[in-house]
Design a protein around this ligand. Structure first.
Ligand SMILES: Nc1ncnc2c1ncn2[C@@H]1O[C@H](COP(=O)(O)OP(=O)(O)OP(=O)(O)O)[C@@H](O)[C@H]1O
Ligand SMILES: [Mg+2]
Length: 327
């Protein structure tokens, strides 16, 4: 099997400040295949940007393993990291001020990263034109960025991120500062890039509506992937097709949800399920069922009166680990 493009294994990131340590990633496992278009969602502070920054080579991980396109992010020298940031990854942020040069034109801005990589000449100009066309801004080729709207600047920022043909496009809240029309445009653009150029894309977002536009959504909770939603096979083609979106279908119809067990066998159980068990001292009984593992509150645990089940049904509050999908 070909190696995955992104392989994070038990990834840990600890930020040390003067008087405290923050464990932003707590043993995160994630694999992303080449050609995937996926999203990472999660509450504020769950570690989304931290993870993307590790992938982008903007910050170094503390422990675990992290490989992107076969390159080890732990052992890379500073010099190798500079090349990695220019060639292997493309980055788009919510606020792209640091990536854009306002007094240069759209066309010049897109050529800049190629120049830095020693690619000027005809090939660079042709790619800049192709990318301008891809983001629908050929007509504004010679406009200075300072004269363009926020949404247009964001589209140019995407073209800049793609200039050096990165193996993976990383986008951290790319639609956080644009109106809903531009958001839709950007999601459609990502789909086209994925479909037509085979571009691998990882988007971090708060916007749950994005889940209608991607093949896979991984949820981060407390610095670890807790669950994933995967688009059902029947809907894959329709998702890629920008003309027909899945807006009319519920997520239950189009996606399958899996809890994610880490490589050590640990599982994050959704808070609402756990609360219903009313565990004492966090002790839980485990039982093997047919193709399932049942987690049960110990018999001495007192279920509060209002949630008591009638004696004849005697259904214990149990939580079934989802079955593996049938092959
Ligand atoms: N440079 C830093 N120094 C110290 N702590 C940090 C640093 N960057 C992030 N953190 C902490 O790490 C944790 C994860 O932060 P992160 O920015 O990855 O969250 P996020 O999921 O991107 O949140 P948001 O949705 O608000 O952008 C938070 O507790 C945050 O305060
Ligand atoms: Mg963030």
């Amino acid at each position: 099997m070909a190696e995955a493009l992104v392989q994070a294994d038990n990834l840990v990131k600890i930020y040390k400040t003067k008087d405290l340590e923050v464990v932003a990633l707590q043993g995160l496992d994630l694999t992303v295949e080449r050609g995937e278009f996926m999203a990472i969602i999660g509450n504020s502070g769950s570690g989304k940007s931290t993870f993307l920054n590790m992938l982008g080579g903007l910050d170094r991980p503390s422990a675990g393993k992290l490989f992107v396109d076969g390159k080890n992010l732990f052992t890379m020298t500073e010099k190798e990291l500079v090349t990695y940031k220019r060639s292997t990854v493309g980055f788009v942020w919510q606020n792209n001020a640091r990536n854009l040069i306002p007094y240069l034109t759209a066309y010049e801005n897109i050529q800049m990263p190629m120049r830095l990589n020693g690619k000027s000449g005809r090939a660079g100009r042709a790619r800049a034109k192709m990318l301008l066309d891809m983001v629908g801004l050929t007509a504004k080729k010679n406009h200075r960025l300072s004269s363009m709207s926020g949404g247009e600047q964001q589209r140019i920022a995407i073209a800049i991120a793609l200039a050096n043909e990165p193996k993976v496009l990383l986008a951290d809240e790319p639609t956080g500062s644009v109106d809903s029309k531009t958001s839709m445009y950007i999601y459609d653009l990502f789909k086209r890039l994925n479909r037509e150029l085979g571009q691998t894309i990882i988007v971090v977002t708060h916007d749950v509506s994005l889940s209608k536009h991607v093949q896979r959504v991984a949820a981060i909770r407390d610095g670890k992937i807790s669950s994933e939603r995967i688009l059902k096979e029947d809907f894959q083609e329709r998702m890629r097709n920008t003309e027909r979106t899945l807006e009319w279908h519920s997520e239950e119809e189009t996606q399958e949800e899996f809890a994610i067990m880490d490589r050590a066998g640990r599982l994050q159980i959704p808070k609402d399920m756990l609360e219903k068990l009313h565990l004492k001292d966090n002790k839980v009984m485990m039982e093997m069922g047919e193709n399932s593992i049942i987690l049960r509150a110990p018999t001495e645990t007192k279920v509060p009166a209002e949630t008591k089940v009638p004696a004849e049904t005697k259904a214990p509050a149990d939580t079934k680990v989802p079955k593996k999908p049938a092959d």
